[in-house]
Design a protein. Structure first.
Length: 134
């Protein structure tokens, strides 16, 4: 996290790219987009009639699938997003915990105010960002 903070302060995309596994980040991001698209509509028994709900779910699944296929995150996007935080990334950490000995989750920003969730995974004794949720 200190190295991410330093890369943001220096506006250094190359340093950020060394800390982030963008292949894994994009895979997770696309899976999340697709899931959100398929699960955005109210469940059965909700306010919407069944046929309307099913049509909306199909449409959102299609939109989520398209977004997942056409969207990818890169160092430029992340750098821009982190620079929009009120203060440095280190200043914005308000929640962090170990999910396991090799997985660490961090929330940058306050809940309800468009925070960024970062998941880090240890590989070969180094920490890499492997998921970003916005």
């Amino acid at each position: 996290l200190y190295e991410i903070n330093h890369a943001v302060a220096q506006n250094d995309k190359a340093a950020l790219e060394k800390l982030i596994d963008f292949e894994q980040v994009n895979k997770t991001y696309k899976e999340d987009l697709k899931w959100r698209g398929e699960h955005t509509i109210a469940p059965e028994g909700g306010v919407l009639p069944d046929t309307m709900r099913q049509g909306a779910q199909a449409l959102m699944g299609t939109i989520g699938g398209i977004a997942a296929e056409t969207t990818s995150l890169d160092a430029g996007w992340l750098l821009e997003r982190l620079r929009k935080l009120e203060g440095s990334p280190l200043d914005q950490v308000n929640f962090a915990f170990f999910e396991s000995p090799t997985r660490f989750t961090i929330r940058l920003g306050k809940l309800g105010r468009n925070p960024i969730h970062i998941q880090m995974t240890m590989r070969d004794w180094y920490w890499y960002v492997t998921a970003i949720y916005t």
